[in-house]
Design a protein around this ligand. Structure first.
Ligand code: PHE
Length: 335
C-alpha cells in the first residue's frame, strides 16, 4: 500500500490532484485510515507491530504529501509569474503633460481682466440668422456696409456663420432689458477670406457691451485704458481713430503703442509704432431699441477685439494657421 500510495502521489501535478490523493489514502474514508481503524481487530500479540507499522506509513505518507504539495505550489507560482511577466528593470515610458491652447489662455486672461471691472462672460451662438448678424445691427438687406464682412452663407436660407460676435449683443440685450448690462462675449467667428499667415477664415473675437443710464464715451476710454494697463503694463499710450460701424455711433478704432518696439517702429506694427487692438463705439440708438432699451433713457458702449494677434505677439507665433492645424509640436513649443 505504501508503495502504491507513493507512486500515485508522484503522478499528481496540481493542488486538486493532491487533494484527491489525500482523501483516497488519508481521508476519513481513506484506505490507510481503514487499516488503522481495523488494528483493533487483530490479535493482541500482533497489534503493537501492525499498529506501529501503520502509523509509520501514515507519517511517511503525510510527509511525502507535504513535500509534493510544496513543490506543486512553487510550480504554480512560477507559472503565474511567467504569465504576467513584469520586467522591473525596464526604463519608464515618458508621460506627456497636457497644455492649454494659447488662444484659450489669452481668452481667459482677457476674461480675468474684464472681470476686475465687473464684466460677466456671455455665450452666444456661432451660427446666426441674417437678422441677428446684420439686420438688428442696423444693416437691412442690401445695406452696403454688409460688404465689410465676407460672409459664409449656408444652404439654409437666411442662416449664416457669424462674421463677428456683435449679434450676441442683441441676444444679451433681449434677455436682460431693461436691466443694465456689463458683459464680454468671447467666441469664434467666420469669414470667407483668403487664408494667409495673418488671417484665417475661423478666428476669435471678444465682444464687449455695457448698457445703462449715463454711460458715456469716457467710460469706454477708461475701460480700455484699464484693460491695456492690465494686459500690457502701466503707461501705455492709446490712439483713437474715427471709424464707421453701422451699429455704433460714433465709432472708433483703437491702437496702442507697439508693445514690441515701444512705438519706435518695427515689422510687427508695420513701422507705424501703433498696433490696432479693437473696433468700438457708442451703441447706435436704433440697436438699443432693437435690443429692447429706450435710447432716450439708456446708452451704452460696445467693442470688438481680436485676441488672435495678441496671442501671436505674446507667444511669438508667426503664422495664424498654426492655431487650428492640430500639430502637437506647436502646443509643445508654447511654454
Ligand atoms: N463687430 C465689429 C467687427 O467685427 C467690431 C465692433 C464691435 C465694432 C463692437 C464696434 C462695436 O469688425
Amino acid at each position: 500500500l505504501r508503495q502504491q500510495a507513493i507512486t500515485a502521489l508522484t503522478s499528481t501535478s496540481t493542488t486538486e490532484e493532491t487533494r484527491a490523493w489525500h482523501s483516497e489514502y488519508l481521508g476519513r474514508k481513506g484506505r490507510l485510515t481503514g487499516i488503522l481503524r481495523s488494528v483493533g481487530a487483530v490479535s493482541p500479540e500482533e497489534r503493537p507491530r501492525i499498529g506501529k507499522l501503520a502509523n509509520e506509513i501514515k507519517t511517511a505518507l503525510e510527509e511525502a504529501l507535504q513535500e509534493r504539495q510544496t513543490a506543486i505550489e512553487q510550480a504554480e507560482l512560477e507559472a503565474a509569474r511567467n504569465k504576467e511577466l513584469i520586467d522591473v528593470t525596464l526604463p519608464g515610458r515618458p508621460q506627456t503633460l497636457g497644455k492649454m491652447h494659447p488662444s484659450t489662455r489669452t481668452l481667459r486672461e482677457i476674461a480675468d481682466i474684464f472681470a476686475t471691472m465687473g464684466f460677466l462672460v456671455y455665450d452666444s451662438p456661432e451660427v446666426e440668422t441674417d437678422e441677428y448678424n446684420f439686420q438688428l445691427l442696423n444693416m437691412p438687406p442690401g445695406h452696403p456696409a454688409r460688404d465689410l464682412w465676407d460672409t459664409f452663407y449656408t444652404t439654409t436660407p437666411d442662416v449664416v456663420l457669424r462674421t463677428h460676435t456683435s449679434p450676441g449683443q442683441i441676444h444679451a440685450m433681449r434677455q436682460y432689458a431693461p436691466e443694465p448690462i456689463r458683459i464680454i462675449l468671447p467666441g469664434k467667428c467666420y469669414r470667407y477670406e483668403q487664408v494667409t499667415a495673418r488671417s484665417e477664415s475661423m478666428f476669435y473675437q471678444v465682444e464687449g457691451l455695457a448698457v445703462g443710464k449715463n454711460i458715456t464715451f469716457s467710460d469706454l476710454k477708461g475701460t480700455f485704458m484699464n484693460y491695456a494697463s492690465q494686459m500690457y503694463g502701466e503707461g501705455r499710450k492709446m490712439r483713437f481713430r474715427k471709424h464707421y460701424f453701422p451699429f455704433t455711433e460714433p465709432s472708433v478704432e483703437v491702437d496702442i503703442d507697439c508693445v514690441i518696439c515701444g512705438g519706435k517702429g518695427c515689422n510687427i506694427c508695420k513701422y507705424t509704432g501703433w498696433l490696432e487692438i479693437l473696433g468700438a463705439g457708442m451703441v447706435n440708438p436704433r440697436v438699443l431699441e432693437y435690443g429692447g432699451y429706450d435710447p432716450a433713457e439708456y446708452s451704452g458702449f460696445a467693442f470688438g477685439l481680436g485676441p488672435d494677434r495678441m496671442t501671436m505677439q505674446k507667444y511669438d507665433i508667426n503664422d495664424i494657421r498654426y492655431f487650428f492645424s492640430n500639430d502637437v509640436r506647436f502646443l509643445e513649443r508654447i511654454g
